[in-house]
Design a protein around this ligand. Structure first.
Ligand code: FHN
Length: 475
């Protein structure tokens, strides 16, 4: 071959390789198909633990309005007290959280061992924590603070390698006539879903604001839509297709949660609801640290670090993610008990994170509990009695058993392994840097057990690693 021919041939070859490579890299054609979803979900399935942040004007009244206690969750004060828009929006003129420090928030998430952060960019009260050309009711245009909170937090997260996502209340917007939920300023006879005002609100506020969020703040790992009222019309037709299409077009890797009003990328369980059994379908449990999402000055009912660790392991062992919430105060500071408790979870994860990040669900199931034979709930359904002695997560060739209640044989701590046939090559405690093998014993009935004595002084979850032969679990 002459050199010119050789050159042309190499160009063709390179072109063909590049086409093949980019075909392999390109996202699968149908963005709603299972392959595209799985591709988008890879980080979510790995990361497991995220920080939820509910923050907005409601942090100022903190659960009280004109000296009267508002019942329920803090961010619902406008609704519960039927506060007229004209009065509530005045809170914006007082919103000046001078102690807000995005770096400190992102640092807390990192210290807690969380891998992603999701903040309320606009909650049901309609107030945006970002600069928006679609509505002046936003932190930059309507408050003395004038700083774009979403921008600062997105940057602080990016600096620490944390993924960043936004909560966006697409249906309820108590500030707008067309939005769902406010029947005290805009009586329900407006029939928003029929007279076009809800569709108008979607077009003039929701769509442009989502475009802003997906354009101005770097990669958005997920959008957490919520309470999908009116997202289906009378004929059950989904009216948010423009929203879904926009997310897919602007950021094809952004996940859509399970509360948009159509099938998202994963299931969102009910608030604080942990499913009783494991699932292969991805899901996320949104949960509070006390009883409220948005800050309430009178809610001191904190979950202990031990409870949170149990929930994290429980959820991961069932195949899901845990999105745990903080409600910062009006001055921009996250309540100290939230910080302290989360940092303790982080300390546990520092030692035991291998059992969580990237881990698969339990192949067993008997550890979750059982339906009580003859107990029925008020709806007549059988009652599920949860067990919380141990949980199991997995990686190829490994089981991670996290022990929460230790059985004892006299003074000896005993963990009896669930039944499986694979040979065991090694057992050790994850907290043991030396990974010294623990002796595996076999009882008269053939069941295998270990005495992890030295390691069980940690009452909030001792992880035993059991390495097995083969990657397929034989039962
Ligand atoms: O009404 C909201 C509530 O304020 C909060 O944002 C939670 C979080 O999951 N979602 C709704 C209720 O389910």
């Amino acid at each position: 071959m002459k050199s010119r021919q050789r050159f042309l041939f190499s160009c063709l070859l390179l072109g063909a390789c590049a086409a093949l490579l980019s075909a392999a890299d390109a996202p699968p054609a149908d963005p709603e198909g299972p392959a595209a979803k799985e591709q988008r979900l890879a980080w979510f399935r790995h990361d497991k633990f995220g920080l939820f942040i509910h923050w907005g004007l409601y942090a100022i009244p903190a659960g009280y309005w004109k000296g009267e206690r508002s019942p329920g969750i803090g961010e619902w004060v406008m609704n519960r007290m039927k506060i007229p828009v004209a009065e509530y929006e005045q809170l914006a003129t007082q919103f000046n959280p001078v102690q807000f420090d995005a770096d400190a928030w992102a640092q807390l998430a990192q210290d807690a061992g969380m891998k992603y952060v999701v903040i309320t960019s606009k909650h049901h009260d309609g107030f945006a924590l970002f600069k928006s050309a679609a509505s002046r009711y936003n932190v930059v245009d309507a408050t003395p603070f004038k700083r774009d909170i979403i921008k600062e937090l997105a940057a602080a997260c990016a600096k620490r390698g944390l993924r960043f996502g936004v909560y966006y209340s697409q249906s309820q917007d108590w500030h707008e006539r067309g939005g769902a939920g406010n029947d005290w300023d805009f009586p329900s006879n407006a029939a928003k879903d029929k007279d076009g005002s809800f569709d108008g609100y979607l077009k003039t506020k929701v769509e442009p604001q989502l475009r802003e969020l997906l354009t101005n703040y770097g990669p958005i790992c997920l959008i957490w839509f919520d309470t999908p009222q009116l997202m289906r019309d009378d004929n059950q037709q989904y009216r948010g297709k423009a929203l879904t299409d926009m997310v897919r077009a602007l950021q094809p890797t952004t996940l859509i949660d399970g509360r948009l009003g159509t099938v998202g990328d994963y299931q969102s369980t009910g608030d604080n609801v942990v499913p009783p059994k494991a699932s292969d379908d991805p899901f996320e449990v949104p949960a509070t640290l006390n009883q409220t999402w948005g800050y309430r000055s009178d809610d001191h009912n904190w979950k202990s670090p031990g409870e949170m660790i149990f929930k994290l392991v429980d959820i991961v062992s069932k195949g899901g993610n845990y999105l745990l919430n903080v409600g910062p105060m009006a001055n921009g500071v996250i309540p100290q008990p939230s910080q302290d408790n989360l940092r303790q979870v982080g300390a546990w994860l520092k030692v035991n994170g291998e059992a969580i990040y990237g881990a698969g669900r339990s192949p067993f199931g008997e550890e979750f509990g059982d339906y009580a034979g003859n107990l029925k709930d008020r709806a007549g359904k059988p009652v599920f009695l949860g067990f919380n002695d141990w949980r199991c997560t997995t990686k190829p060739g490994k089981f991670y058993f996290t022990l929460f209640k230790i059985e004892r044989d006299g003074p000896l701590a005993v963990f009896t392994l669930p039944n499986f046939k694979n040979k065991i090559s090694s057992v050790y405690a994850l907290a043991d840097a030396k990974r010294s093998p623990l002796e595996l014993k076999t009882a008269a009935d053939g069941r295998r057990f270990v005495n992890p004595d030295r390691w069980v002084n940690d009452s909030i979850g001792t992880v035993l690693v059991v390495e097995i032969e083969g990657t397929k679990i034989e039962r």
